[in-house]
Each structure stands twice: as C-alpha cells, then as structure tokens.
Design a protein around this ligand. Sequence first.
Ligand code: SF4
Length: 323
Amino acid sequence: MAKMQEHINAIMNPDKSIYTLHPPLPTKLTVELNETCNSSCVFCTFHSSCSQEKFEYGVMKPETAKRILKEAYEKGIGMQEVALFATGEPFLYVHLAEVVAYAKELGFPYVYLTTNGTLSTIDRVQPVIDAGIDSIRFSINAGTRESYKQIHGRDEFDQVIANVKTTADYIRNNHKETNLSASFVKTKITEGEEKILSELLKDYIDEIVAYIPHCLDEIASGVKETYGIDAPSGDHKGLCPRLFNTMYINSTEAVLPCCASQNAKKYHLVELSKTPMGLDEAWYCDGLTNFRKMILEGKTEGTVCEGCYMRDSMEDVYTFDLD
Ligand code: SF4
C-alpha cells in the first residue's frame, strides 16, 4: 500500500478502543508553525477568499516549536506522525529546515508537511529535504491554469508544477528517501480534474489523494452550494478519530479540536502560553474531554463538528491512486 494511504488509513481507522473520554496519549501531533498563507483557496476555513472575516495569523517562535516537540517526544506523543503545518503555508516559515532537523534529531519517525508549492523552489526545498523531512505533499487543487486561478486565487499553476518536478529531480538525483505526493480537494468547478493532475505528475510523485473538503459551512453561507461536491453517502454522525488520536497546537500554542476549528477562538480549548501545563494534561483537559463526549453521544449541534465529513467512513471522503 502507498505510504500516504497507509498513514491516512492508520489515522482514520484507528483501534476502536481509543474511543473513550480519556484515550491514550495521541500518536499524531500537529504543530502549526505559522498560519500565514499566500493563497486563498475557496474551501479553506481560515484563508478562503469567500470569507468576510478577518483573522489573526500567528507565527510560532522556533524555540517554542522545539520545546513542544521535545516534550512531546519525551512523553511519547506523535510517534505515528508529526505534521509541521495545518492551515498555513510552511515555506513561509523561515526556520522550517531548522525545526524539521530538530524533530528528526529527537527521533520522531515520520515528520511531514503539506505545501501549496508556490514557494517550494529548489533553494527553499533542498534544506528541508536535507534536514530529513519524511514526506512533502503538494496541495494542488486544480488540473488547469484557469481553474487553479479560481480555486487558489493565484495564477501560479505552471510554477507549482515546475516546483514539483525540480523537487522530484533533487530527491531522485541525490538518492533521498522523502516521499512526494499530491493532494487534491474536490470542488464542483474542478470536477474530474484530479485525473488531469495525476497524469501531469505521475512520473514525479509517489501517489495522489483526492478528497472532499470538510466544514464548508464554516466559511460562509453559499460556499457549500457553490463549491461542494459529491456529498458522501454517510450521515456525518460517526466518530471523528482526530479528537481521540491527534493533538493540534496552533502557532499561539492554543490546543484545538482540529484545524477546521482554527478560525474561532471558542475552539481554543487551552492556551498553553497563558496557562502553562504539560501536553499530557492538555490532552485530558475539560475542553477536549467535552468535545469527545459530544462526539461519543452524537450531540454536536451548533459546533464545528456538526455535518463534518470526517465523521463518515474514509472511503466516502478519500480517493487514492487516481491513475
Ligand atoms: S468532526 Fe470535528 S474535530 Fe473532527 S475533523 Fe470534523 S470538525 Fe474537526
């Protein structure tokens, strides 16, 4: 099975025993180094060009990221994977290679990021690969220059494709082991274009995954109607594994249920910068426990989890290996 599929499978289909109010410490850790982004993808809950809201986008100090990573490693958090991004563009973070190198030196087995690829020119991507990143995923949500402009809000499709190719060449020519993949968020106006993208990149990437965006309702009214596609057959009332196996920490050190809840302060369940506590204490804080209770009891009305596709089966949301 392809690496990315294997990882998503492990995250989305965990052992059922974790679905309790107090699950084991999380095997997946997300540390958002920066929420800043240079794109405005229509489906992004934090940066969408469709949103009227003004958000604050933070940047984490490298020493803070290192402190969190060190504590997590010592406590056994993130042993399945560590994501150094959530809603922002990681290549805007000037200390990216330094933090990747630190995470790998600590011993985390799988450290990865997703980039929109606009900035991942070889001079920026090479230090990150050399630092030991295990996987780089390019988020490319269109198959043509025209639709890319509509979705991403930037006319840089050709540049992104060129960046994927030079990254792949560097990995190949230097016998690096970094897994290279692409992700494609399906929308009404790019229907079927994941296959065009797959064809364009098949000689350069290891795999591609297409998936349905979650929580479009959170962005603005009408976004789901305009861009939403292929509503999964599920009832969106299942268990969301993220609350039970993944710890999200944003750039201001707020602990969140997931990246979809980034945009509302009410979902900042613990502010570690204001109320210092151990990551293990934060994992068992009242806010996260209450979220787990809501999901376990199916009472999510009025929250970001209501109607979220992540509560359906993985087969409803993801498509792998498009070619
Ligand atoms: S169900 Fe809730 S916690 Fe899970 S991904 Fe959706 S919004 Fe996030």
